[in-house]
Write a protein that binds this ligand. Structure first.
Ligand SMILES: [Zn+2]
Length: 607
């Protein structure tokens, strides 16, 4: 199931050429021709005037508003929220291209068993939903309506009702041609000690769990009788894996928000959806797993955790935070008030939205805290900061949390925000941070660590400079894609002098030059497919603007000149800073000074 498998290039090329980007985009977005290109409203961000463009000549799309762009594969990946490999397969099927088999051995029997479970689940979901629709004597419907769930919402989520009967679903599935073994494998029936078979879900409200490709993978059931276990879920089956399933993904993946709200329960998710927060997903009552976190990261990149208001919820939040943060997700925590204005206890997001409404929930979302702020919040609850011992314990705890943040700039922002938010003195907190954990990192420590390798300079560059340099570099690559005859010149000017803003840039250029040597001229769509999302956005922006260049020879000359100059000048800035830092050894100083002189000579040469 891993997506790291690389398809043969000839296959990828066939997929790209047989799926014209204008055709594919048109099935999702209304685009109109203007000159050579097409324009329309961007499907990836909300806008009133079209800034989304499709360039058929280059087989790419680009949005001037949100900078999303790429080739036809990237488009399908983003709009359908698929993984890269899935997008390729989707397009291959669309164009009737045979998909090369990853492994020579494919277990056809296993695939068939999976297929049968999906079919069975769809039939079961329909069966439960029909029960729900029959409203007489239907406790499930009554319960949901009393909890504030609208009929439309019940239908949208396909919520169902499992009656008290012992075998009504079992009989139904038998009548549809499923064997006992298949129904057991699908987790819909259980076997008693006396070997008799009976429905797993009885006298329960049923929540179908639907995956990102709109298949029913399993079910959750809430008891209608207080005496029963409150929630049960499908057991693990071939298609239902607890550690990688999330509830509400089928809606959330179409939401236009760039972040997800994570809640604990089915009804939290459903009620927030009903109030317009379609980007809500539930973790199905289990602790968040790494697989789930990776999926969330891939779909959203940012999350707000809105767990229950009790100690268990708090602990789950902390665990979830760590797991999500480890994937590189930006994580925030939403804090629910303990009571509403009328002293009603608020246990979970469902309670909150019922008592306070969507607008108030939106305000909570805006105030959601970053990890370190949340840790400060918990410490503030634990310690009475009106006493001096309490205050010291609070400051020490917060300082420790801030000390774990790598970037000094970020640390300072935290010190400012937390001292303002929790009403403590900035100076006092700063002092603690410096004492407890926060050592001011100096360039010299990094230089010592790496014995001043070439890699040091790129890592010391600020983000903006890196983006500026990347932009110029991709300007050069776009010209190369359009005018492969400039290959020799670019090779001489950049490769021979080894001036690059990153190792990655050098590798990429070498790969493209190699293709040109092999008479295989790379176009922008192909180069785009070699880049990750962030890099691609910068590259495609340059590609989309190529038509504004009237003299490509002059443009190339100017780009190369600026690229070389800016890299060297920036390197010197960093070297000056490094030379100013204290505690350099004599050897380090000499190395730095040598590098500085060499750079300065280059700067004169490339003026
Ligand atoms: Zn856009």
């Amino acid at each position: 199931m891993t997506e790291n498998y690389k398809y043969p290039e000839s296959f990828l090329e066939e997929v790209i050429t047989k799926n014209d980007i204008v055709d594919v985009v048109s099935t999702y977005v209304k685009i109109d021709r203007k000159g050579k290109d097409y324009f329309g409203l961007c499907p990836f961000h909300s806008e009133k005037t079209p800034s989304f463009s499709v360039v058929p000549a280059k087989q790419i799309y680009y949005c001037f508003g949100c900078n999303k762009g790429g080739n036809v594969i990237n488009f399908v990946k983003d709009i359908e929220n698929l993984e890269y490999g899935e997008a390729i397969r989707h397009l291959a099927e669309r164009a009737n291209i045979n998909i090369p088999i990853k492994n020579s051995y494919v277990d056809q029997a296993l695939l068939l068993r999976e297929k049968r479970i999906y079919e069975m689940n769809a039939i079961a979901a329909r069966f439960f939903f029909e029960n729900m629709k029959a409203q007489e004597n239907n406790l499930a419907y009554k319960y949901l309506r009393e909890r504030g769930v609208k009929s439309e919402t019940i239908a949208a989520f396909g919520m169902g009702f499992a009656k008290k009967d012992w075998a009504s679903l079992y009989e139904h599935l038998k009548s549809k041609g499923f064997s006992d073994k298949e129904i057991l494998d699908g987790g819909l029936i259980s076997k008693s000690k006396k070997d008799s078979l009976y429905d797993r879900f009885r006298n329960r409200i049923i929540f179908p769990i639907i995956d990102i490709r709109n298949r029913v993978i399993g079910f959750g059931g809430r008891a209608l009788d207080e005496k029963d276990v409150k929630y049960i879920n499908s057991p693990e089956t071939l298609v239902y894996k607890k550690n990688r399933s999330l509830f509400g993904l089928n809606f959330a993946k179409h939401s236009k928000h760039d972040y997800a709200i994570i809640v604990e329960g089915y009804l939290d998710c459903i009620m927030l959806n009903q109030e317009g927060f379609s980007n809500t997903i539930a973790t199905l009552g289990t602790a968040l797993t790494e697989n789930q976190a990776l999926m969330i990261k891939r779909l959203f990149g940012q999350v707000v955790i809105a767990y229950d208001n009790d100690a268990a919820g708090q602990n789950a939040t902390l665990r979830g935070l760590d797991i999500l943060a480890a994937t590189g997700c930006v994580v925030k925590v939403l804090i629910l008030p303990k009571k509403d204005d009328y002293n009603n206890v608020i246990k979970d997001p469902d309670d909150f939205i019922k008592h306070k409404g969507a607008k108030a929930f939106k305000e909570l979302l805006e105030e959601a805290m970053l990890l370190v702020e949340y840790k400060a919040f918990l410490l503030k609850e634990k310690h009475d900061t009106n006493t001096s011992e309490g205050l010291i314990a609070f400051l020490k705890g917060v300082a420790k949390a801030i000390g774990q943040v790598d970037s000094p700039v970020e640390r300072d922002v935290y010190i400012k925000n937390i001292s303002a938010r929790f009403n403590t003195s900035y100076e006092a907190l700063l002092k603690e941070v410096q004492e407890v954990g926060g050592k001011e990192p100096r360039p010299k420590t990094q230089i010592q660590a790496s014995k001043y390798e070439k890699k040091v300079l790129p890592s010391l560059r600020d983000a903006k400079t890196t983006i500026d340099l990347t932009t110029i570099f991709y300007g050069i690559l776009v010209i190369l894609c359009n005018k492969p005859s400039f290959a020799d010149q670019i090779k001489e000017d950049l490769l021979n002098e080894k001036i690059f803003h990153s190792d990655y840039a050098k590798d990429l250029l070498e790969e493209i030059l190699l293709k040109i040597e092999e008479q295989e001229n790379p176009d922008e769509a192909k180069v785009a497919s070699m880049l990750d999302d962030e890099q691609r956005a910068i590259f495609i922006k340059q590609a989309a603007n190529y038509h504004t260049i009237s003299d490509s020879q002059k443009a190339l000359h100017d780009y190369i000149k600026k690229y070389r100059h800016d890299i060297i000048a920036n390197n010197n800035l960093i070297l000056v800073k490094a030379l100013e830092s204290e505690g350099l050894s004599e050897e380090e100083r000499i190395n730095l000074e040598q590098e500085f002189r060499k750079n300065t000579e280059l700067l004169v040469k490339y003026k």
